[in-house]
Design a protein around this ligand. Structure first.
Ligand SMILES: [Zn+2]
Length: 278
């Protein structure tokens, strides 16, 4: 089955998860690869089986080259210990999951291989990220959307996964089922510290205090799980690593600087909130 046909079948079976981002009414049908709402707003499936829900064009900093670097780093296992911990926190592995700000989708794809069953819908504001994701992975449903005008129906999701990406708690609240989870991953103070030190761009410790304070306000009973490990990059991965984050951009990288990026510190915090406590 072609990707576009598979996506149409997925939408036919799960139409109730989505709503029109223009008028917020339910979608009435998907036919001939076109989704239509009750007010006759239409959204076409792409050949790769993705949907594009942005109401206005959004300028994205993500280039294809940078996304490919990011993907190669992800596939090298850079994030796996953090993602293993995220997976352990997911209560309803058979449920409906939303990856908010999925980039090119590697994190959710890895969670699927670990046993995240059910449905996983992944979206990002970056069209380039979604195109690459849809071309790479078959186990996720991808769409381009803005969290501020999200195309999802209320109380549709068991789990919201939000890794290194902005949140909108009011929207999360609307989207989650009465018993649901938000799993948010934020940098810890020593996150990628070698990159910051060597690039000289920002050698201060990263502060997540404000982000955690906001999360705690929404989820007073939240769980806080620190994750700390180092990952050794192969020589040919160092270039990808520099490309993958804005911290590495625009710095002049010489061979000596690159050598200092052999072992990288991954220091992060996983925040888990439950809707049943709202
Ligand atoms: Zn509409």
């Amino acid at each position: 089955m072609k990707k576009i046909e598979k996506a149409q079948l997925f939408l036919q079976n799960h139409l109730d998860v989505f709503q029109c981002p223009v008028c917020h009414s339910p979608f009435k049908e998907i036919t001939d690869f076109q989704l239509s709402c009750q007010e006759n707003h239409h959204f076409d499936l792409s050949k790769k089986g993705t949907l594009h829900f942005l109401l206005k064009p959004v300028q994205s900093d993500y280039t294809k080259e940078m996304l490919l670097s990011r993907q190669r780093i992800a596939h090298s296992g850079f994030w796996y210990p953090m993602l293993d911990e995220v997976f352990k926190q997911i209560k309803t592995t058979e449920g409906v999951h939303l990856d908010v700000g999925c980039g090119e989708g590697a994190h959710s794809h890895y969670l699927k291989t670990r046993g995240l069953n059910g449905l996983t819908i992944a979206f990002d504001i970056s069209k380039e990220g979604i195109q690459l994701g849809a071309a790479t992975y078959d186990d996720l449903f991808f769409l381009v959307a803005d969290l501020a005008q999200s195309p999802f129906s209320e109380q549709s999701f068991d789990t919201i996964i939000n890794i290194l990406s902005p949140s909108n708690y009011k929207e999360f609240k609307r989207l989650l089922k009465p018993v649901g989870q938000v799993i948010k991953v934020v940098p810890g103070k020593n996150y990628l510290k070698e990159l910051r030190e060597v690039s000289g761009k920002d050698s201060r410790e990263y502060s997540n205090t404000e982000v955690i304070r906001k999360f705690a306000e929404v989820f007073p009973d939240y769980t806080h799980i620190p994750v700390h490990y180092t990952h050794t990059l192969e020589d040919d991965e160092i270039r990808d690593f520099i490309q993958m984050t804005p911290l590495g951009w625009h710095a002049e990288w010489n061979e000596n600087m690159k050598k200092q990026l052999k072992r990288i510190t991954i220091d992060m915090v996983i925040l888990v909130g439950q809707t049943s406590h709202w």
